[in-house]
Design a protein around this ligand. Structure first.
Ligand code: SF4
Length: 273
């Protein structure tokens, strides 16, 4: 039996989203086999897929991938604070959207149609869509690479091209976007492409942890380099999870300091206690 997941749906008219999606193509020429995504239970796909945040962690340090596998997902006060700030942002955006319906998602194809439909409605209504813990309007699904992710928000106010907005909380404002965050935005844009949209860029917004009014925004263009980096990261992360490759850990001990698995990490540079 196919398992189901419940997501939020914007009120809409018409039911042609699935038909349109079958005709979409991506700029990198990849078409996922629609037959297989129609038959794959979404819950099964999610449990076997590589989450986008893990790809971003790989860019930060490849040893984070096996550490995650060994340790599981441990929540820390810093992580929870970041989630709290994001939830507050999402609630503010969702208050403008108003009531939504809950719908059941059975297959990978359903999840993609759901995202396509919600973003199309948001473009028509010139809205910003934000995913929260309880209301998920669109997921990134790159079935051809086995990738799934939940972007923070998509700005549909220009009516034509949706713009991914990813918010990161930080103690220190970066002078330029961090590569792991950039990759994450790149993959979310590729997810929009996969649905047939044509995003030209995304936005990465840094928010000061102790002073959320202090913000810095960067525009991230979707170019061939970023696409290639995403595909290559996805392949390597799968190999690391399957233990087909040994991770090449960071040589920069300062990167390990804020890391929650530092005490048990077997790949850390020896200067770290
Ligand atoms: S402790 Fe250091 S080497 Fe280990 S995963 Fe974290 S950043 Fe990488």
């Amino acid at each position: 039996m196919k398992s189901t997941i419940i997501l939020a749906n914007l009120p809409h008219r018409g039911s042609s989203a699935g038909e349109k999606l079958t005709r979409t193509n991506t700029s990198d020429g990849i078409r996922a086999p629609l037959g297989s995504i129609r038959d794959t239970a979404f819950a099964d796909f999610v449990s076997n897929a590589v989450p986008v945040h893990l790809l971003a962690e790989y860019v930060y340090c490849a040893a984070k991938v096996p550490n995650r596998k060994i340790q599981g997902d441990i929540r820390t006060p810093v992580l929870l604070e970041g989630q709290r700030i994001h939830e507050a942002e999402a609630k503010r955006v969702l208050a403008e959207i108003g009531p939504t319906k809950r719908i059941r998602i059975s297959t990978v194809f359903d999840a993609m149609v759901h995202a396509y439909r919600n973003i199309t409605v948001a473009l028509r209504k010139r809205k910003v869509l934000a995913n929260s813990e309880k209301r998920v309007f669109f997921l990134t699904v790159l079935s051809e690479y086995g990738i799934v992710g939940r972007p923070d928000a998509v700005d549909c106010r220009d009516e034509k091209n949706p713009v991914i907005i990813e918010t990161k909380t930080t103690d220190k404002m970066p002078l330029s976007p961090w590569p792991d965050n950039e990759l994450q935005v790149g993959i979310y844009m590729m997810g929009l492409e996969r649905l047939g949209f044509q995003p030209t860029h995304g936005v990465l917004e840094y928010v000061k942890r102790n002073s959320p009014k202090q913000r810095k925004r960067y525009t991230i263009p979707l170019n061939a380099g970023l696409r290639q980096e995403a595909v290559s990261a996805a392949k390597t992360v799968v190999n690391l999870l399957l233990e087909k490759e040994e991770p090449i850990a960071t040589k920069n001990p300062r990167k390990c300091i804020p890391y929650r698995f530092v005490s048990s990490c077997q790949w850390k540079p020896t200067v770290i206690a």
